[in-house]
Design a protein around this ligand. Sequence first.
Ligand SMILES: [Zn+2]
Length: 99
Amino acid sequence: MPMPRPTSLRMDGPDLVIEWNDGTVARYSPHRLRALCPCASCAELRSHSTDPPSPDRFSNVTFRQVTPVGNYAYQITFSDGHNTGIYTLDYLYRLRNLE
Ligand SMILES: [Zn+2]
């Protein structure tokens, strides 16, 4: 499979909307991406939980900043100050159907 690439990225209300080069338009809510933060400490927390990550826990979280990292990822800063998650394009693409 060719590497998925965003052709556009924009904010729509509280959500991040990414248009992918295969024509898929995906909407990402901040609480969903916050719950699925790929950083080591969040992954560690999730590994100790038998429950799936609950976006409800982060229902008040919003996006503060979305910064490109090289050409393979975005670093996302959330309103709760958390910013250690590097969301690779591959990871975001895999999450495109979650909501
Ligand atoms: Zn994290």
